[in-house]
Structures are given as C-alpha cells and as structure tokens.
Write a protein that binds this ligand. Structure first.
Ligand SMILES: [Fe+2]
Length: 320
C-alpha cells in the first residue's frame, strides 16, 4: 500500500478554530506532506480563511496522532454540537469527520470493546443530529476525501437509515443504536477483498464481481464470531445486497423474508453511492438518483412501499 496510509485527511471545515487538539497538521503538495501547523500552535480563524482562499479542502494528520485527535473530538462533541457560533454545516462536518474516524477504527478492529463503545456513542450523536437538524443530510456529501469513500459512505448510510427508522418504525433505543452500528459497518466484509479489486476503476470481470459479492457473507461470519454484535447488526451486514425480487445476494431471500433492517439499508446504500463523487464518476443529483432508483424499484430491487416512504422522507430534507 502507498505511504498515504500513514496520513489521514481532515476536512478543513471540520477543524473548528480554537477548538482543536495539539497535533501537527500537514498540507499535501505534489505527493509530499509539508508541515502546516506544529503541535503547539493553535489553529485560528485566520488559518481557516487562508486555507479557504487557497481552496484547500483537506489538511493531513499523521495516523499516529489520530488517537489524540479522536479522543479530543469525541470528548468535545456534545459541547461542539451545542455551540451557537458554529453553523449547522460546520457542525455536520465535525460530526461526520469524527464519525468517519471512528468507523475507520471499527474496520481495523471490530472485536475491540472500546471501539464498539465509541461507535455506540457516535451513533447516538448522529441519531440526534439527523432528528433535530433539517440540514443534517446536506453536509454529508463533500466532507471526506476519496481515499476514505467507504467510511464516508458508511456514515451517510447510517444517517439515512437512522432517519428512515426514526420516521417509519418505533424501535427501542437500543435497537436504534444497533441499526446505526450495523449501517456503519455494513461493508466491513470489504476488508477481506483484495485492494486490487476494490480500487479498480474499470468494470469488474465476472470473477472479480463474484469476489466482491462475498463481502456480505464474509463480514457477517467474521462479526458473528466476534460475539458482541446483535442480530440487527448482523442482519444489516449480511442482507444489505438482497433484492426484493429474490435476485440479490448472498442468500437470495425474497420480499418480506428479507429482514426489514436489510431492506432499509439496501435503499440507503444505493442512494448514498449514487449521490457521492467516486473516482470513476461524478455524483448524481438527488432527483437523478431517485429517478434511477425508482426504475430499479419497478424492476424488483427494493420493497416498493418502503422505497416511496424513503423518497418522501428524503425529499422533505432537500434544500428549497
Ligand atoms: Fe455492500
């Protein structure tokens, strides 16, 4: 793997001036990482404005410093989200950046109880944010660099799925948290798939597609063996690529036999993938994404009633 693995991209919008821990920040320039701020200097509003003027979207942190950053961000999240001087967009970006960092650690070590606990807390923050802030979904699109697509996508699917579950179903608080955790790690099985296949920009061959499809079952089996994930979490991981007409994978379950959390995640997963920029194609607009999905739904991809409820919920959250 490239040296990029030693660096984590941090969206400058998620760096709140005067509220950032003592870690060094770097700029990426021509493939090299150049010190921008040493650990002792504060990140100020002037830094923010300067970076904005130069259209810098990301600064970088050494991955060895991520523990300090994560601890700081997670400990201060409640306070940051309650601040009156931060815009809704800034809060969203802080929340999603912090959640993505947490998901990265979950993917590295899902069997660690401390990571699961962090993830639970994060889900509660996401849940509250999407329930109370009507702009919560807007800030999801651009926050994370492409290298971290899979994690940004996971946070987006979690936010969407929590919103849908909150609007349509009456779940006990613990079950809602499990929906959030399952959504955050729904693609955990991708860690078993070779990066040559995952990072390929061209169309996948038949055998490569077969390999990628194994992520659902492999993720499910591994997390089940970990022993600390509920049935709801495991259902989401296993069934998020089932189709309502029975032509999905890994089991080919059909209609109402597909656990409901799997049906919801399937819809949120496709929507999120369509509205995010990818290395090989640009993001679609909300309207375009819905158009494509409605066609898929008519062809048997999704539970049609659930899909229309999803559309109604997401339409309501679109900017006027
Ligand atoms: Fe998946």
């Amino acid at each position: 793997m490239s040296k990029d693995r030693y660096w984590r991209a941090i969206s400058i919008d998620s760096i709140s001036p005067e509220c950032f821990p003592n870690v060094a920040l770097y700029l990426r320039s021509g493939g090299n990482y150049v010190l921008y701020k040493d650990p002792d200097r504060m990140f100020t509003i002037e830094d923010h404005l300067r970076l904005e003027r130069s259209r810098t979207e990301f600064l970088y942190v050494r991955s060895g410093d991520m523990d300090i950053l994560n601890e700081f961000m997670e400990n201060n999240l409640t306070e940051m989200l309650a601040r009156n001087d931060l815009s809704s967009t800034a809060k969203g970006r802080i929340l999603y950046q912090t959640s993505v960092n947490c998901v990265i650690d979950m993917f590295e070590s899902p069997e660690t109880a401390a990571n699961l606990l962090r993830c639970r807390n994060m889900v509660q923050h996401i849940m509250q944010h999407v329930a109370t802030d009507s702009h919560a979904l807007e800030s999801l699109k651009t926050v994370i660099s492409h290298n971290f697509y899979i994690f940004a996508h996971a946070v987006q699917v979690a936010a969407l799925s929590l919103l849908v579950h909150e609007k349509l179903f009456e779940l006990a608080p613990d079950e809602m948290v499990d929906v959030g955790i399952g959504s955050l790690i729904h693609d955990y099985g991708m860690t078993f798939i070779s990066s040559d296949v995952l990072e390929k920009n061209d169309a996948l061959s038949g055998i490569e597609y077969y390999i990628v499809k194994q992520h659902t079952q492999k993720g499910y089996e591994y997390l089940k063996r970990c022993g600390n994930y509920s049935g709801v979490v495991l259902n989401i991981v296993r069934y998020h690529h089932e189709r309502y007409d029975g032509n999905g994978y890994p089991t080919g379950l059909k209609g109402g036999d597909i656990p409901r959390s799997g049906q919801v995640t399937a819809i949120c997963d496709v929507y999120s993938a369509l509205i995010m920029d990818r290395a090989h194609r640009k993001a679609r607009s909300h309207a375009d994404a819905i158009k494509v999905m409605r066609e898929d739904s008519k062809n048997g991809a999704f539970n049609p009633d659930l899909f229309e409820h999803f559309v109604a919920i997401i339409n309501e959250r679109q900017p006027a």
